[in-house]
Design a binder for this molecule. Structure first.
Ligand SMILES: C[S@@+](CC[C@H](N)C(=O)[O-])C[C@H]1O[C@@H](n2cnc3c(N)ncnc32)[C@H](O)[C@@H]1O
Length: 286
């Protein structure tokens, strides 16, 4: 079956970034508050004004919904079933790369939980987000994470310096930025960066669709982005494996219930299409 034919038609979502700019942050979770007070050493009363000012700046760089809707404060990697394994592997020397890390909140969460920052890498095509992350977490002088400004589709980028050396890649809200063929290209780059051995792993979370389909988000690229369901995601990694000579164990599932946007997943709204929901996954090399 052709991948553009999976859903038969492209679903269009007309979107205006201002719609997902929420002025005030939500009540911080205890984990997020601890990150800003204990890790970043902000006095309690300065946390909210600080993160508001920095977030507004980040939204000017590019209006991603995860910034406008404060989703970066959720520290989603911490909530994933793989988090204890990821944390313990980095503590034991594994090399972790957050691809499309944006402001790098998940890296800071791991480091605050005891992961040695020298084992962590972050990469984003917008270096300004990396600077915003330092400002947000006030750790430019202490964090030993290596940040690499690179477009994953650039074959000559600095990412090449990591080729065959990474154990764990975190890709959150990343593959869903692209159409099927671009996702294959991005995943093949990820495979190239990973060590070619069992237990090399990709973990993440991205928007999916129960029917697996290309969807149009005009504000991003003017072309359809592919939304996976569990079956298409398995088929996707089979193709990645066939084209890279690797084999993968794919575990993926939709999050149940309400989604990030506070809307019922089955509800058709301007921001959440009917059937669209979060796909959480881990993919392990065999
Ligand atoms: C929606 S944000 C997700 C950020 C973060 N992973 C999270 O979950 O909060 C996607 C990030 O991917 C980056 N990005 C987009 N296209 C990219 C590309 N071709 N190569 C590298 N990074 C890219 C963007 O700059 C942005 O920071």
């Amino acid at each position: 079956m052709s991948n553009t034919a999976v859903a038969g038609k492209v679903t269009e979502k007309s979107q205006n970034p201002e719609k997902w700019l929420i002025e005030e942050p939500p009540t911080l979770t205890p984990e997020a508050r601890a990150l800003f007070e204990k890790y970043s050493k902000n006095p309690h009363h300065e946390v909210i004004p600080h993160i508001k000012a920095i977030r507004d700046n980040a939204f000017q760089i590019y209006p991603y919904p995860c910034l406008g809707r404060w989703a970066f404060l959720d520290l989603r990697l911490r909530q994933s079933p793989q988090y204890p394994q990821v944390l313990s592997r980095i503590k034991n020397g594994d090399r972790y790369l957050d691809i499309g890390c944006c402001i790098g909140q998940d890296i800071r969460s791991l480091v605050a939980d005891g992961a040695p920052s020298e084992n962590t890498y972050g990469s984003d095509m917008k270096g300004d987000f990396i600077d915003v992350g330092y400002a947000l977490f006030r750790d430019r002088a202490t964090l030993k994470t290596t940040f690499i400004e690179a477009d994953i589709f650039d074959a000559d980028s600095e990412l090449n310096s990591l080729e065959g050396t990474v154990d764990i890649v975190h890709a959150a809200s990343f593959f869903h930025l692209f159409d099927w063929d671009e996702q294959i290209k991005a995943a093949k780059c990820v495979v190239r960066l990973l060590k070619a051995r069992p237990y090399s792993m990709v973990v993440g979370r991205q928007l999916g669709h129960v029917d697996a389909r290309p969807m149009m988000y005009r504000f991003i690229s003017g072309k359809p982005l592919f939304r996976h369901n569990v079956e298409s995601f398995a088929r996707f990694w089979k193709q990645v494996g066939d084209e890279t000579g690797t084999t993968w164990k794919v575990e993926a599932g939709f999050e149940q219930g309400l989604d990030d946007y506070g809307e019922e997943s089955e509800m058709e709204t301007e921001e959440v299409a009917k059937g669209e929901r979060w796909l959480v996954y881990s993919v392990c090399m065999l």
